[in-house]
Design a protein around this ligand. Structure first.
Ligand SMILES: Nc1ncnc2c1ncn2[C@@H]1O[C@H](COP(=O)(O)OP(=O)(O)OP(=O)(O)O)[C@@H](O)[C@H]1O
Ligand SMILES: [Mg+2]
Length: 441
């Protein structure tokens, strides 16, 4: 084990903690050097200037050690071998093993610590451990250190550490006191990076929530369907029984709204049921009825929705999922714009700009809403990310990206938050053919 100990920077207790290792290291180096220089039968003295530890090793001129000396040498070898084994364990450990004195000054730092936190051992020796502790967890750290200074051991304590690049990681810590001649001189800390494990736990949690939301939505949609059909029929019958002009108009409008609700429940059910059923379709046949279905909402806000079909190529997709995808984007744009805002939907035949350069269709939906702040852009497609508080579930774009993934497509977002020139554009690419379907056929 290479021990680097800049005496100038390390405190007394830290030095004492290392002295035993240094002496052992010095012993080993001296012995190796002695054999090299003097051969088997020599007598020599080796000095380690850094540790100031001297040792004397002697053997008989025939190269064999005398009985008493042989025992001493045997013991020294045993100690040395044990130290070597320990050093090898520390060196090759996947956990960061860090030694520090009672003031939190780093006295040892293994390769896993270098890897985990991004600081080299030479950079950390003599430095305070606070360098890798985020300020918000510092009081906890001080509490733990005083417990260890009293001789207590802490196991699997979950906390945060900060890497050199500023990223915070979650670690599980085990802290134990280090004794030298029955006095506590420092703390040995073993840190395991559990960020990945935490992410998996979170993802599991989220997918459980999503499954529950899915079941709930499907159940509600299913339950709404029956009374909805009854109301639609009743409104239709009532239309034939009214002679009043206004009454007829109101009933007609009520019927249109009911059709919209029916479409929504079908989509909700369809989204969960329609996992198969990809067929040839055009975006025009999906988008135009959608814009019509949203017309009541956009009229209410006096939002203009313009559509432009430059080309209208045929692609392969699951119709219900396609409706869901574009409904999510259109809904977001209508939510985003102010009263009197503008939304444009443009569809054209295209080729992918990079990668496989597949041919397909691109739909761009742009609005002159407030734009999306740069710091929020990374999270847009995360489940449950919403800025609409209780008005949004934060699932729209997540569902959209899942549908796109299934359809081997992709989505790009551009946005401007420059005052008076704010806008957002989501651009969706869908390939002409699905490779998964083609390879399954
Ligand atoms: N066109 C847009 N303009 C401005 N912000 C947008 C736009 N589209 C999406 N966003 C932002 O992205 C967030 C996430 O959108 P997403 O559709 O996933 O969820 P949501 O609309 O909040 O809720 P819901 O589940 O009801 O769709 C929104 O809360 C909003 O902040
Ligand atoms: Mg949404």
């Amino acid at each position: 084990m290479q021990v680097i100990l800049p005496a100038r920077e390390v405190t007394d207790s830290g030095k004492r903690a290392h002295m035993a290792i240094m002496q052992e290291e010095s012993h080993r180096r001296g012995r190796r050097a002695s054999r090299k220089r003097e051969g088997r039968g020599g007598i020599l003295e080796a000095d380690d200037a850094r540790a100031q530890a001297a040792f004397r090793l002697s053997s008989e001129p025939d190269g064999r050690f005398s009985g008493r000396r042989q025992t001493k040498e045997g013991q020294a070898r045993k100690v040395h071998d044990a130290a070597q084994r320990l050093a090898a364990i520390v060196e090759s450990s996947n956990d960061a093993i860090i030694g520090k004195d009672l003031n939190g000054i780093v006295t040892s730092w293994n390769p896993a610590a270098e890897q985990m936190f991004g600081y080299r051992a030479e950079e950390m020796f003599g430095e305070s451990i606070r360098r890798i502790i985020p300020p918000e967890v510092l009081p906890d750290e001080e509490r733990l250190m005083s417990a260890v200074a009293r001789g207590e051991r802490t196991e699997h304590y979950e906390t945060l550490r900060r890497k050199r690049d500023g990223e915070c990681i979650e670690v599980s810590l085990t802290l134990s006191p280090v004794f030298y001649r029955s006095e506590i001189v420092g703390v040995a800390s073993i840190a395991r990076d559990i960020s990945q494990q935490k992410k998996v736990e979170q993802a599991l949690n989220t997918s459980e929530k999503l499954a529950a939301v899915g079941r709930l939505a499907a159940t509600i949609a299913h339950e709404i369907n029956n009374p909805l059909e009854a109301i639609t029929n009743l409104v239709f019958l009532a239309q034939g029984h009214t002679k009043d002009g206004d009454g007829e108009l109101f009933l007609k409008q009520a019927q249109q709204e009911l059709e919209r609700v029916a479409l929504l429940t079908k989509q909700t059910l369809g989204f969960y049921r329609e996992s198969k059923g990809a067929r040839e379709l055009t975006l025009e046949e999906i988008v135009l009825p959608l814009v019509a279905a949203f017309s009541a909402r956009s009229r209410l806000k006096q939002v203009s929705v313009e559509t432009e079909f430059r080309q209208n190529p045929t692609i392969v997709g699951v119709p219900g999922e396609m409706r869901q995808l574009f409904a999510n984007l259109l809904n977001n744009s209508i939510d985003a714009v102010k009263d009197g805002g503008r939304i444009r939907i443009r569809v054209s035949a295209t080729r992918e700009r990079s990668g496989r350069r597949r041919s397909g269709v691109r739909l761009t939906i742009s609005d002159n809403g407030p734009g999306i702040a740069p710091e929020l852009r990374k999270k847009l497609f995360d489940p449950f990310f919403t800025t609409k508080r209780e008005l949004g579930t934060g699932l729209g774009l997540w569902i959209t990206s899942n549908i796109l993934c299934k359809h081997e497509g992709n989505i790009r977002m551009r946005s401007s938050v420059v005052p008076r020139k704010t806008w957002t554009a989501f651009s969706v690419f869908l390939p002409e053919r699905l490779e998964a379907v083609a390879s399954a056929a």
